[in-house]
Design a protein around this ligand. Sequence first.
Ligand code: NDP
Length: 447
Amino acid sequence: MYHSIKEWASSIRLNIPSLTIKFRGNGKHTKTLLRSEFLIAKDTRIPHMNSELKSTSPYSSLIVILVNDCTIINYKHMKSRRDFLQQLSASALALPFLPIESLAATAGIKDEPYQGPILRVAILGLGSYASRVAEAMKESKKAKLVGVISGTPAKIKDWQAKYNIPEKNCYNYENYDNIKNNPDIDAVYVITPNGLHKEQVIRVAKAGKHAICEKPMALNAKEGQEMVDACKKANVKLLVGYRMHFEPKTLEIINMRNNGEFGKVLFFQGLCGFKIGDPSQWRLNKKLAGGGSMMDIGIYAVNGARYMIGEEPVWVTAHETKTNTTLFKEGVDETIQFELGFPSGAVASCLSTYAMNNLDRFFLNGEKGFAEMQPSTGYGPIKGHTHKGELTHPHVTHQAVQMDEMSSIILENKKPLVPVDGEEGVRDLKIIDAIYAAAKSGQKVKL
Ligand code: NDP
């Protein structure tokens, strides 16, 4: 996300004092634009826009936007943000990744508080990642933490005090089906060990609430599909906590790829790992984790290969190595190297491990260029550059942006650039199932 026109302009090497931007639109996007925090135009992308950017304004601070070929908006002269939004809504105008608030701010227009719908969320499982999500939600405009579900009464008390949660929105694992009678909760965010996700999400769906589930959404694709089916049946949405799908530098690379800036994509490398600590933790328990590093951290490489290459793999090969059989018991993988083959001929080569630190790197190579990210999936700041230079988008709190965007997806049917629905979670699990099968048999597995 760029926070100002200046930042955006400098990233595409424009001289801001003399910037005129001409946009064309089809009007269809207007509604989405007004509702969305990110202004991502369907047809207006940076390389195509370059030909439409003109340096005609003689005034250093004047920014002029030409809409629908001839309408001129000089938003410096608008009195309020509403004026600005109304003008904007008259067209399908957009700047890539530039939040509407930033346009208004750059123009010196006073901001108004967010008045749209708010997703009221209860978190199920108050562990370490849940704490991070809860803190990040303080920054969210469109999502609010209103309830908790926990097996630990002392945590409930703590969270009630910390986040001002009323008694009537607190549940334990025995009684949370009663959430169906609570009109003040829209969605439940399941942040428990992987092996518990399926049963918990299905209970949430049966209680008539939307479900957000942490990754991996389940232990295998069959379980994931059962969750998708249960949510469909209950007519609630199911989203998976893929926070990277909203991360600005990641989205920039995906847009560049869509625009053909890398040419034909040939190769992706995803290296994901860290050294696991406490031997008694659930991440090393096959029943609760579903496996080892692959389920926890390797999934970022699987998911990343798909969104960076922009295709679905058709075959998998994999090789597992284990140096510590005490820590990594039967069915709990320490290190897996795997390759994914894509229909275009592109190949991904990935490493998932619990045995090495400082492993968080994506590399994408195409006929015309490359993108490199390191760190690529950590909590940030993400760092990245391409053959065109460094990616300069400011760091955002991933979980805050994720919750804002998920609110729009659930409450306003917004379609994200990269999906985060249950089907997306199942796609990753099908690949992970195949990786485990390939590692076991030593054979190439077709998908
Ligand atoms: P933690 O162990 O820190 O927390 C899990 C919580 O689940 C516990 O604190 C507990 O909460 C609850 N719980 C219920 N039953 C059990 C059980 N049998 N054993 C252990 N805990 C139980 O795990 P994390 O927060 O690190 O991970 C939770 C999920 O979030 C995982 O699926 C993980 O993959 C995902 N995750 C995602 C990240 C991301 O970036 N998207 C990052 C980190 C994790 P209570 O006491 O309230 O009942």
